[in-house]
Design a binder for this molecule. Structure first.
Ligand SMILES: Cc1ncc(COP(=O)(O)O)c(C=O)c1O
Length: 434
């Protein structure tokens, strides 16, 4: 077979389409195709977006050879770094040996992964179901809660994001992610805080199957739950047989300084869901519970590609890499540098509020300006900062209800010098823009 780069027609647009290495069609042509062939719901950051073609560690490269320090990691995914050689070597070996069989045949990577995951899950959480995305993981967790409790309703928090599927999008508190015109048919009650959760439980606990929380709301603007959020709540939930689902899709796997962010709160949820960083770029999701909750899940269920050998091998590589490189500790130490720098910027600028988050998951809220020009609008100011940072070679994120929170969630392998460089540039850009 001819090697992938050796065909004689190289250079013509048809010949290069879909290739991993150049020549590239460029951002304008990518956007043109996107506008023609993708559903119009898909949007991108930046007025002048680069065509990203390559990644290594915490660095991304565009089609023109410009490099960028990646401070968003594909939204909390590439924690072990882009194109991680140790992880990808395992994946390549698996790819060339056995790609897929599905769960009706016996294979080893999925059980090795379940065993390894049980070793890092908090408390008595032990049994996993593997799927392909975060939305699917939460969908499965909600199904499990309904089966275990025999109840059909849920509580979620305002500002939450739990997925894109029918059921999970019904648990999204953020209006922009509540897409379905009939979304109110989905039986989810929203609470602003712990006292509202308690009130809903007192009123209709006999109908509630589970409470879903993100220990740190990601899309909601990097908002950690208050430290006393679970005080008195977990006992009440036990009394009323209401399960706690901790959505760790954005927070999981060492990003916050612990394997799972719920561990900062000293409690063990009934179900944990995860995805994103577990695959370091390969599609994988899971929900896990203890033996008791899992015992109700006896009716047949399967995901064709969930638990496939390739994604499982990636996840095994991720868990080994997190342990061997002490990534949780690294997230704490580097997170302190990032947080201190953001605090310094907040102290100097009237346009940003106090940073919030844990470890290498930090957000900096942008505040309204004093006047009525465009850039006094926090969302406009956020976009100007994002664009200017991109031009200087730093890709930072944004989220929040008003899309006005600067988000910093880099690969955990990022260098401290890169964090300091980013902070210096951010400081000067904010000073210039305000
Ligand atoms: C907290 C949280 N839950 C669920 C999801 C949905 O995950 P996915 O996009 O893999 O379906 C996301 C995605 O950003 C998320 O941040």
């Amino acid at each position: 077979m001819a090697p992938i780069n050796s065909d004689s027609s190289a250079g013509s647009p048809a010949a290069v389409s879909g290739r991993a290495s150049g020549p590239y069609i460029g951002s304008d042509a990518v956007i043109e195709k996107k506008n023609e062939y993708l559903m119009p719901c898909s949007f991108n950051f930046y007025k002048k977006p680069p065509q990203i073609v390559k990644g290594k560690g915490a660095v991304l490269f565009d089609s023109e050879g410009k490099s960028y320090a990646d401070f968003f990691a594909g939204v909390s995914v590439m924690s072990c770094g882009h194109c991680n050689e140790t992880i990808n070597a395992r994946v390549m070996e698996q790819l060339q040996t056995l790609q897929h069989t599905t769960s009706i045949y016996i294979t080893q990577p999925v059980v090795d992964l379940a065993e390894k995951l049980a070793g890092v899950l908090p408390g008595d959480l032990k049994r996993s179901f593997f799927c392909n995305s975060g939305s699917e993981a939460n969908e499965g967790a909600m199904l499990l809660a309904r089966m275990y409790t025999g109840k059909r309703e849920f509580i979620a928090l305002g500002n939450s994001l739990h997925g894109r599927t029918f059921l999970t999008s019904g648990a999204n508190g953020i209006p922009m992610w509540r897409t379905d015109p009939f979304i109110d048919d989905i039986p989810v009650h929203f609470a602003a805080d712990a006292s509202e959760v308690k009130r809903i439980i007192e009123e209709r606990g006999d109908k509630i199957a589970a409470l879903l929380v993100e220990p740190i709301q990601g899309n909601g603007g990097i908002r950690p739950l208050p430290t006393d959020f679970f005080d008195g709540l977990t006992d009440l939930m036990k009394q009323k047989t209401i399960l706690l689902i901790s959505d760790e899709i954005q927070t999981g796997f060492a990003r916050t300084g612990k394997m799972f962010a719920i561990e900062h709160y000293g409690i063990v949820p009934d179900i944990i869901t995860g995805a994103k960083a577990l695959g370091n770029g390969f599609p994988i999701g899971f929900f896990a519970s203890n033996d008791e909750v899992a015992s109700c899940f006896t009716r047949p269920s399967a995901s064709t590609l969930g638990g496939n050998p390739v994604s499982c091998q990636a996840a095994l590589g991720v868990l080994d890499f997190i342990a061997s490189e002490n990534l949780a500790e690294q997230a704490c130490e580097k997170g302190d540098i990032l947080r201190n720098g953001l605090e310094e910027i907040a102290a100097l600028s009237s346009r940003v509020g106090s940073p919030r988050g844990m470890g290498l998951m930090q957000g900096l809220p942008v505040l309204p300006g004093p006047g009525s020009s465009d850039k006094d609008d926090p969302a406009v100011f956020t976009d100007i900062v994002l664009e200017a940072m991109k031009d200087r070679g730093f890709l930072i994120g944004k989220n929040g209800l008003g899309r006005d929170v600067l988000a910093f969630q880099p690969p955990l392998v990022i260098g401290t010098d890169v964090i300091e460089d980013m902070l210096a540039n951010l400081k000067s850009i904010i000073r210039t823009v305000e």
